[in-house]
Design a protein around this ligand. Sequence first.
Ligand SMILES: Cc1cc2nc3c(=O)[nH]c(=O)nc-3n(C[C@H](O)[C@H](O)[C@H](O)COP(=O)(O)OP(=O)(O)OC[C@H]3O[C@@H](n4cnc5c(N)ncnc54)[C@H](O)[C@@H]3O)c2cc1C
Length: 261
Amino acid sequence: MSLRIVVCVKYVPDATGDRHFAEDLTVDRDDVDGLLSELDEYAVEQALQIADEADDAEITVLTVGPEDAKDALRKALSMGADKAVHVEDDDLHGTDVLGTSLVLAKAVEKTGYDLVICGMASTDGSMGVLPALLAERLGVPQVTLLSEVSVEDGTVKGRRDGDTATEQLEASLPAVVSVTDQSGEARYPSFKGIMAAKKKPVTSWDLDDLEIDGDEVGLDGAWTAVDSATERPARTAGTIVKDEGEGGKQLAEFLAGQKFI
Ligand SMILES: Cc1cc2nc3c(=O)[nH]c(=O)nc-3n(C[C@H](O)[C@H](O)[C@H](O)COP(=O)(O)OP(=O)(O)OC[C@H]3O[C@@H](n4cnc5c(N)ncnc54)[C@H](O)[C@@H]3O)c2cc1C
């Protein structure tokens, strides 16, 4: 039987763009370019490697996000994933991580899965908790923050490198894993891959399709709220030390003044 892998990928605002909050203190996703969260490219890469090793495997990439989030799906498809699911609904505006985990869990169940692979954290919210919430909602084991991952005989195995120890972990499928940026360089899409991705199926679902009530998500359903946000002050010009014989001394005084030395 085919190994069904679902990779959760997030469409995030480009960190090099001018990012800001909207009036309701949610992230303004309309005004800034987005892309597939870099850390999720590692998850796609691991899915592709696991699929290569399996007799028969199918990779679905899944995102919850606005219309433009399809770009993230296309990128994952061009890397080699087989098909994509996009969950989009106006009522999702302001959904927090708990709501996102609910939507992803319903979408994963509807897709059908043996293994869910997530990134270690998104590059915008960067909470790093979604994989654990998702596993809890699905009622399956979670093996998170893996630097190495493989699947054999209905079991997912992996290595987690911590500050004080390296752990070898395993769980029976179905399971949720997350992989780190140490798990192996993500491949670049080839020209052939980019062309092939245009023909791969992308299914769109809204909240009704997933039998989720609008009240469970969005700003009203959120368990967390942003009370206030202050824009980071513009950078000021730095201090230039001219060396006219006293440069070293002035530098030392500056560093001491900043308590660096
Ligand atoms: C339209 C929209 C509006 C939102 N508005 C708000 C808001 O106002 N306030 C708020 O707190 N949150 C909001 N969210 C949710 C937020 O952007 C995050 O998706 C959610 O909080 C997860 O937190 P994180 O990104 O820190 O996840 P992490 O725990 O850091 O993510 C870990 C991994 O989970 C997976 N993942 C995370 N998010 C998604 C996703 N959306 N789709 C697929 N996979 C994912 C990825 O594999 C990722 O690497 C919104 C989301 C959407 C789609």
